[in-house]
Design a protein around this ligand. Sequence first.
Ligand SMILES: [Ca+2]
Length: 169
Amino acid sequence: MTVSGDYAYVADLTGLLVISVSDPAHPTQVGGVSMPRNAYGVAVSGTLVFVADDAGGLRVVSVSDPANPVEVGSCGTPSLARGVAVAGDHVYVADRDSGLRVVSVQDPTHPVEVGYYDTPGWACDVAADGSYAYVADNEFGLRIYRFTGMWESWDQHALVRESRIAVHQ
Ligand SMILES: [Ca+2]
């Protein structure tokens, strides 16, 4: 779940719910859109909402009309998308067994994976700040990665470096 402006965006397994919180005492659902699989995580940037949809991968939803959210693009992931975060044109997906996936949403209608790092455990959730991604990696704790950009050959996967690791003992 995430909040932006007057709206809360909730991933409730069946899909994405748009809830007006302009009156915090009376939250009201104003819109929603079902997702193909199980909506686990959600992130928002402007009028775009990104949904981690389990075996459905990453889904991109336009909420320019909050009453009528519309899926405008999607991108498959190798495992199960469980968490999502956005920073600029990059969306970070916590994709369980397959780790951290980096997806460019420069064209939101054609999201494309531009990098990944297979974490040692199961990536369950992710937060992002600029080029840094903070991954909750199950029993391997919090792991911090830095997206270092694309390789020269654009069709190859970009480098994602593990810059700092914090693991509980
Ligand atoms: Ca892994």
